[in-house]
Design a protein around this ligand. Structure first.
Ligand SMILES: C[S@@+](CC[C@H](N)C(=O)[O-])C[C@H]1O[C@@H](n2cnc3c(N)ncnc32)[C@H](O)[C@@H]1O
Length: 271
């Protein structure tokens, strides 16, 4: 179970804050106008202030100083990379797995039918802030206890782009395994599975970033060794197409702010 005692949402809020701040930059990598809606009043004020470039730079510097290692820069670079991978995939349908406050269904032009799958509590919180749209279907699932294939019974076997961003590091090894097997089974051949993961070598790190996620009750529980990923996926009917660190993704978009080497974005095609 993801939240053993209470419903918490600091990591989702942090991501929404990073995206909302990015949206205010003149050299932004993407525009996420919905992100601000998921923030408490104090953060909204901060985001509005960040539209003034000196204040925006100052706020980013304070965040990066307080949480060294690049959670903000990593989240932003990987969101942009995933946007690009999604567009390139030209899917017939999209599955946002552990959708959280991801607003791609609303902000990316021409999105096809999109299934948002998430823990029921997160999904409820999101739906209170976003209007229902005809091309978005919500499916509540606890991946810690429920099988994805069962929750998605009747899922059309079409060419799908699956986005599983910022989730595997909160799951068990068993849940990651079962979910990847289910994805390979329920999506059509040629579908694209995009997911992020933490390099297993970093799981025991004692950095402020790691301490913060553990302190708020969201410790990282799972990671891969990058060298193992191609074989692991191949054993589940998936062929790895790419695997970049957030640092490499940031360099791809000419961002010279340091991002994390251990936070990775991988994408694979269903055989
Ligand atoms: C850090 S948020 C990432 C949200 C979004 N994908 C993003 O990148 O902004 C982690 C997401 O994983 C979901 N999640 C974590 N554990 C889960 C579980 N056991 N079952 C379903 N969803 C889970 C949470 O509900 C949340 O939406």
């Amino acid at each position: 179970m993801y939240w053993p005692h209470a419903y918490r949402q600091p990591d989702r809020r942090a991501r929404a804050l990073f995206r909302a701040l990015e949206t205010r930059r003149r050299d932004r990598l993407f525009a996420d106008d919905l992100a601000i809606r998921f923030l408490p009043a104090g953060y909204r004020w901060l985001v509005r202030a960040a539209a003034l470039p000196p204040l925006g730079h100052g706020i980013a510097r304070v965040i990066d100083h307080r949480y060294p290692g690049g959670p903000r820069t990593s989240a932003v670079a990987r969101t942009r990379l995933i946007d690009d991978l999604l567009t390139e995939a030209e899917p017939e349908q999209v599955l946002l797995l552990g959708a959280g406050y991801d607003s791609r269904a609303h902000r990316i032009p021409g999105m096809p039918l999109t299934y948002e799958v998430d823990h029921p509590l997160t999904q409820q919180a999101k739906r209170q802030r976003v209007a229902d749209r005809p091309h978005v279907r919500y499916v509540p699932v606890d991946l810690g206890s429920d099988r994805l294939a069962v929750a998605l019974d009747g899922f059309p076997p079409k060419r799908t782009a699956v986005i599983w961003e910022g989730v595997t590091n909160y799951l068990t090894e068993r849940a990651v395994d079962a979910t990847l097997r289910d994805l390979a089974a329920i999506t059509a051949s040629g579908s694209t599975i995009i997911f992020t993961y933490v390099d297993r070598a970093a799981l025991g790190d004692d950095t402020p970033w790691h301490r913060k996620v553990a302190d708020v009750g969201e410790p990282w529980t799972f990671g891969f060794r990058p060298a193992d990923v191609p074989g692991y996926l191949a054993g589940r009917g998936l062929d790895l197409q790419g695997d970049l660190s957030a640092e490499e993704a940031a360099a791809r978009y000419h961002r010279d702010e340091p991002a994390a080497g251990f936070y990775r974005i991988a994408w694979a095609v269903v055989r």
